[in-house]
Design a protein around this ligand. Structure first.
Ligand SMILES: [Cu+2]
Length: 470
C-alpha cells in the first residue's frame, strides 16, 4: 500500500438497507446542537462585519482589511479540508481502497491502481498547497506591485518531461497487463472456455459438454427452447417446421382477406348504427382500426411483410443447414446454465456474446470487465485464486457470493442483471455440478403443418361479438 486510501470498491455487493423509521429519540442531538451553534456564530460574525462596513462608510476610515480576511480564510479552508478528508479516510474508509482481489491478475491491476492513485494524489496535494499558499502569501498589499512573469523554459521542460515519464511508465504497464488478459494468443491452450451470453435482462452461460468443444451458434436459430441459438439439428428442424406452419397460416389469412375486410366493415357499420361507439370505446377503437387497416390495404401489406420476414429467416436457416461443419453435433451436449462455477487455480477464458444491445460483463472481485457487443466477439481470461467459501470467511459474511453484473445501462431492468459465480476448491465439485445442468432439449418435430380453422379469419373477441349482435 502506497498511501492511505479511502474505501471505494467495497460497496459493490453491499445490500441496500431499507430506510429507518422516523425516530427523533435516536438522533444525535449533541451534533445537531453543535451545527446550530456554528450557524449562529457565522451569522453573528457576518453581522459584526456589516457593522464594520457601515462604520467605514460613515467615518471614511478603513476598519476591516478584507484582503487579509480572505487570505486567512483560504488557509483555514485548506487545513479544514485536509483534516476532514484524513478523518474520513481513517474512520469510514479504514484506509482501504480496494478489497483483496480474487483473481491472479487482479494483484497487478490493484498495484497499477495504487501507483496511479498514489502519483496523482501526490501531485494533487503539492499543487493544492502551492495554490492556497500563493493566494495567502501574494495577496494585495498597499505599495506592492505584482511581478510580470512571462515565460520560463526550465519550468516548461520540467512540467512536460516529468508527466511524460510517469505516464509512459503507467501506460506501458497497463498495456502489458491488459493484453495478457484479453489477447487470445496469450491465453494458455489448456484454459477452459465459458461462453457468457447477455440479453435484456439477464445472463446465461454455456459450458462445453463431454467433447470439450463448443458447438456453433447463430442468432437465426434462436427460439423459445433454444435461447442461445445453438446449432442443434433437432431444435433447428422444429424451428423450421414452426416457420413453415406460420407461413401457411399467413397464406390462409391472405386468401380470405377480402372476406375478413367485409366482416370488419359490417361490424363497424353495426356499431355506429347502434350508437355503441361511446358505450364501448375500446371495442369501437379496435374494430375501427381493423376496418381501416382492411380498407386501406394495411392489413394485407402487414401480412405480406410478416410472411417475407419468415421466408427470409427460413431461407437463411436452410443455407446454414447445408453446412455440415456447422451442424457437426458439437452443440448437442453443450450445457446452458444460469450460474457460473469455476475451480480455484484453473485458468478460464470468458467468451462474450450479446443478443440485443451492448452490455458489459463486470466482475469486480476478479478485477475484470469487458464490453459485450452484438455481432462482435470479445473475451477475457483469468484465474480465480479464492473460493467462495474462503471469500465468505475473509469478509465474515456467510451469505456472500461473487457475481457478474451488467455495467452498461442497457434498459429498464439493467439494475437487476447479474449472474452468480461460485468458485469451488476441486474439479470434482465442478463436475458434479455440471452433470446436473441441462442441454438444449429438442421438442418432437411436427412434419405436416396443421391448417388453422377458417373461422378464425376475422378473430372477434367475445365482447366484440356481444356488442355487434346486440
Ligand atoms: Cu445489460
Amino acid at each position: 500500500m502506497l498511501l492511505p486510501f479511502v474505501a471505494m470498491a467495497q460497496t459493490a455487493t453491499d445490500v441496500v438497507q431499507p430506510p429507518k423509521e422516523f425516530n427523533p429519540a435516536g438522533w444525535d442531538w449533541a451534533f445537531i446542537a453543535a451545527c446550530a451553534l456554528t450557524v449562529l456564530i457565522i451569522l453573528v460574525i457576518a453581522r459584526a462585519f456589516d457593522i464594520g462596513s457601515l462604520t467605514e462608510k460613515v467615518t471614511g476610515k478603513k476598519v476591516i482589511g478584507w484582503t487579509k480576511v480572505n487570505a486567512w480564510l483560504a488557509i483555514i479552508i485548506i487545513i479544514a479540508g485536509a483534516a476532514g478528508i484524513t478523518y474520513e479516510m481513517i474512520y469510514h474508509g479504514k484506509l482501504i481502497l480496494l478489497n483483496d482481489s480474487a483473481s491472479e491478475h487482479g494483484k497487478t491491476i490493484d498495484s497499477m491502481f495504487n501507483w496511479t492513485f498514489g502519483f496523482t494524489f501526490l501531485v494533487f496535494c503539492i499543487t493544492e498547497i502551492l495554490l492556497f499558499w500563493f493566494m495567502f502569501r501574494y495577496r494585495y498589499r498597499e505599495g506592492e506591485k505584482a511581478l510580470y512573469y512571462l515565460h520560463n523554459n526550465k519550468l516548461e521542460v520540467f512540467w512536460t518531461i516529468v508527466p511524460a515519464i510517469v505516464l509512459t511508465f503507467l501506460v506501458l504497464r497497463g498495456f502489458n497487463t491488459w493484453s495478457r488478459i484479453t489477447d487470445p494468443s496469450k491465453v494458455s491452450k489448456d484454459a477452459t472456455q465459458i461462453e457468457v451470453y447477455a440479453y435484456q435482462f439477464g445472463w446465461k452461460a454455456r459450458f462445453a459438454g463431454d467433447d470439450n468443444k463448443f458447438g456453433e451458434s447463430n442468432f437465426t436459430f434462436i427460439s423459445g427452447t433454444n435461447p442461445l441459438g445453438l446449432a442443434v439439428g433437432a431444435e433447428v428442424d422444429s424451428l423450421m417446421a414452426e416457420l413453415k406452419r406460420d407461413i401457411s397460416k399467413i397464406d390462409i389469412l391472405l386468401a380470405s382477406a377480402a372476406d375478413s375486410s367485409r366482416v370488419w366493415q359490417t361490424a363497424l357499420r353495426d356499431l355506429e348504427a347502434k350508437q355503441n361507439t361511446t358505450a364501448y370505446p375500446e371495442v369501437y377503437k379496435d374494430v375501427l382500426t381493423k376496418a381501416t387497416d382492411a380498407r386501406t390495404g394495411a392489413y394485407v401489406r402487414n401480412l405480406n411483410k410478416d410472411k417475407k420476414r419468415k421466408q427470409t429467416n427460413l431461407w437463411r436457416i436452410a443455407e446454414y443447414k447445408k453446412n455440415k461443419d456447422f451442424f457437426n453435433n458439437a452443440a448437442n451436449d453443450d450445457k446452458i446454465t444460469t450460474e457460473i462455477v469455476l475451480v480455484k487455480g484453473k485458468e478460464y477464458v470468458f467468451k462474450f456474446r450479446a443478443r440485443d444491445v451492448i452490455h458489459s460483463a463486470y466482475m469486480p472481485e476478479f478485477r475484470a470487465q469487458m464490453n459485450v457487443v452484438p455481432g462482435m466477439a470479445t473475451q477475457f481470461a483469468f484465474t480465480p485464486i479464492k473460493t467462495t467459501a474462503e471469500a465468505r470467511k475473509d469478509k465474515n459474511n456467510k451469505d456472500f457470493d461473487f457475481h457478474l453484473y451488467c455495467n452498461k445501462i442497457c434498459g429498464a431492468a439493467h439494475y437487476n442483471m447479474k449472474i452468480k459465480i461460485t468458485v469451488v476448491a476441486t474439479e470434482q465439485e465442478y463436475k458434479e455440478w455440471l452433470a446436473t445442468q441441462t442441454t438444449v432439449v429438442a421438442p418432437p418435430v411436427v412434419e405436416t403443418p396443421e391448417a388453422p380453422k377458417t373461422d378464425s379469419v376475422a378473430p372477434a373477441t367475445d365482447k366484440t361479438v356481444a356488442v355487434i349482435h346486440n
